[in-house]
Each structure stands twice: as C-alpha cells, then as structure tokens.
Ligand binder design. Structure first.
Ligand SMILES: O=c1ccn([C@@H]2O[C@@H]3COP(=O)(O)O[C@H]3[C@H]2O)c(=O)[nH]1
Ligand SMILES: [Zn+2]
Ligand SMILES: [Zn+2]
Length: 238
C-alpha cells in the first residue's frame, strides 16, 4: 500500500496501491501523495507498467501530472493507462489538460497508452491479473468505480455503504478479501462509516480490511471488531 489515508489525512498518504502480478506492477490510483510515497519506498517510476484509475478526485488522480511528465520527459515512456470508459474524457478535459496540454502534446494519448475498460466486464490488465470494474455510488452524478480482481479480491474506491453489494460479493460470488474505505467518525455522507461496516454479517466483516481512514485511526485500534486495518507501506499477499 502506497498509502491508506483519507483525502485530508496528514499522517497517512492517499489510499493508493501497487499491485504486483508476476513480474509486472500496476499502480492503483495515483493521488497527490503517490510520487512522494513511491520515492520513500525507493520504487522508481520506470518500474510501473500500468496505471488504473477509480475516480476523479485529487487523492486518486492528483499525482497523474507528475507521473505523465516524468514518464515522458525523464523515462521516455508512455505507460499503459487502464481507465473505465466514462472517466477518460473527464480525466483529460476537467483535470489533466490544464497542466499537460502543450503544442506537441494535445491529448491524453500523448502521455499514456490509454486502454478503455468496460464497467461490469472482465479485462486482463497484466498476465495473471484480471479486473472487473464495478460502478459504485460516491458523489451524485459523478462516476466512480470499485474493482474486483481475479474474482476474489474487492478493492473499494470511495463509496457510500452498499451492504447488498458486499453480501453478494461474499455470499454469491466467492469474494475472499475486501479492502474497503472507512470513515471512522459519522456521518459518512459520501463514504462508508465504521459503524455501517460493523452492522454487516460476521462472515462478511471477517473478510474486510479498512483503508482510506483519517488521522484519528490510532484511537480506533481494537474498536473495529474482526475487521483489520490495512497499513501503509506494507505488502499483502492474496
Ligand atoms: O460532496 C462532497 C464532496 C467531497 N467531500 C469531501 O472531499 C473529499 C474528496 O476526496 P474523497 O472522496 O476521498 O473524500 C471527500 C470528502 O472528504 C465531501 O465531504 N462531500
Ligand atoms: Zn478518496
Ligand atoms: Zn472520492
């Protein structure tokens, strides 16, 4: 995990991750703090093979301009960008264009090898790593996607509590592990709260790991039932 913090956390980096599959590396969201976190881990950008984006908020895409510029002008590379199709235009027009647009680089394709992925369909991202983007509610009328990897590992974007989805993933689809955003103090409004997750059936909670938490996390140690916290700069194997 490059980070496990909420958008405004100051003691944790943004909730972004590296996924290792075979000998390849996928960057899962690239927020404002991703470049510094990668630097602290000693992970060169040149070792990132592809990027996957969940939604357009700065803690998930705010590091994309630095990533694009350094990949192009330092490493001479155009990394693969996997992006749910409805996010591609807004990512460029409403966010990256302001900084990245210049005469010889008029589009997102000048910086990334853009691969549009279809929500609800399975796509192989890297050898041994397939994803199904699942549209999940976060901000009204703003597209946001969570990800089911290899049919067994669910990684939430920022999402409003959806107990039906979580029960379906565990009880019907055989999902084994859930990394879920967690707002520690209610009200959640655009996020899922700890109290909401604590209301889930025990077999679902047993599979949940908590991320995207704020700086008060130490006060909640031991108060999350069977659910564990994901810790930043740790590697998990599933
Ligand atoms: O309607 C809104 C929109 C945003 N926000 C805050 O801004 C943050 C943006 O990043 P995030 O999605 O991780 O978390 C969001 C919230 O903390 C909010 O409280 N209500
Ligand atoms: Zn966020
Ligand atoms: Zn968000």
């Amino acid at each position: 995990m490059l980070g496990t913090g909420s958008a405004f956390a100051k003691t944790y980096f943004n909730t972004n991750a590296l996924i290792y599959a075979d000998h390849n590396t996928l960057l899962l969201d690239c927020g404002i703090t991703a470049p510094l976190s990668l630097h602290q881990l000693g992970k060169p950008l040149s070792e990132i093979d592809a990027v996957l984006i969940s939604h357009i908020h700065a803690d998930h895409i705010g590091g994309m301009e630095e990533l694009a510029f350094r990949m192009k002008f330092v490493h001479g590379r155009r990394p693969v960008l996997y992006i749910p199709e409805p996010l591609a235009q807004p990512l460029w027009d409403s966010s990256l264009k302001g900084g990245l647009l210049q005469d010889e680089c008029p589009s997102l394709d000048d910086y990334f090898d853009v691969r549009l992925i279809r929500p609800g369909a399975k796509t192989e991202l890297l050898p041994g790593l397939a994803v199904e983007p699942i549209q999940t509610a976060h901000i009204p009328n703003k597209n946001s996607y969570s990800f089911l990897f290899n049919a067994t590992f669910f990684y939430s974007a920022d999402l409003i509590f959806n107990p039906e989805l979580l029960r379906n993933l565990v009880e019907e689809r055989g999902c084994e592990t859930i990394f879920h955003d967690c707002q520690l103090k209610p009200p959640g409004i655009v996020h899922t709260t700890l109290d909401e997750l604590l209301s889930l059936p025990l077999p679902v909670q047993e599979r949940i790991w908590l991320m995207h938490y704020d700086d008060t996390k130490p006060q909640y140690e031991g108060k999350t039932g069977v659910m564990r916290f994901v810790e930043q700069h740790r590697r998990y194997r599933f």
